[in-house]
Design a protein around this ligand. Structure first.
Ligand code: ZN
Ligand code: ZN
Length: 186
């Protein structure tokens, strides 16, 4: 039995949270962890009770949607709201944090940042993390990571496509299906 790693477990939680995002521009999730326990989570969305970008469209100023609170910020604020210490904690995020979140993460005493996707990684954010001695690590993670049968499904589809090829379906169809399989299985 393959046991999921801690990194993948917490990163999966962040990706699950990202599915709750209400902003159409980018879906981000963040999970704060201390001593291998999840202490808070957040996704990018409006303030509680506010209208949602997915219903009303984004409120864009200077090419940024200003309606939403970022996932990292929401997770940190959840700790503030309920009085949970963040000093020495770790944060797992789907995307590399923006400058404002970088500063909040450092100031909250979070010691490690694990992220899945590079996203406009700002050199100043890197510099601030380094100065603060925050550990930064990219964790390889995508939708296929949690599909434990991904490889079996890929092989199955490959067999079907080969059978279709021998049955003489058109090259155009084959090419299209092969491309779809490639996108599905990574
Ligand atoms: Zn928005
Ligand atoms: Zn941010």
């Amino acid at each position: 039995m393959d046991r999921i790693s801690w990194n993948h477990y917490f990163m999966a939680q962040s990706h699950l949270l990202a599915l709750r995002s209400t902003c159409t521009r980018l879906a981000v999730g963040a999970t704060i962890v201390r001593d291998k326990r999840i202490i808070a989570g957040g996704y990018n969305g409006s303030i509680a009770g506010g209208v949602h970008c997915i219903d009303e469209g984004c409120y864009v100023i200077d090419n940024h949607c200003v309606r939403t609170i970022h996932a990292e910020m929401n997770a940190i604020l959840q700790c503030a709201k309920f009085g949970v210490a963040t000093a020495g904690a770790e944060i797992y995020v789907t995307h590399f944090p923006c400058l404002a979140c970088t500063k909040a993460i450092i100031q909250a005493g979070i010691q490690s940042v694990y992220y899945a996707k590079d996203y406009k990684n700002h050199p100043y954010a890197m510099e601030l993390f380094e100065q603060a001695g925050v550990h930064i690590e990219k964790v390889a993670f995508d939708e296929t990571t949690l599909d434990l049968k991904n490889e079996e499904k890929r092989e199955y589809v490959e067999q079907l496509l080969n059978a279709l090829k021998h049955l003489g379906v058109s090259e155009t169809d084959l090419k299209k299906w092969n491309e779809q399989a490639r996108q599905l299985f990574g």
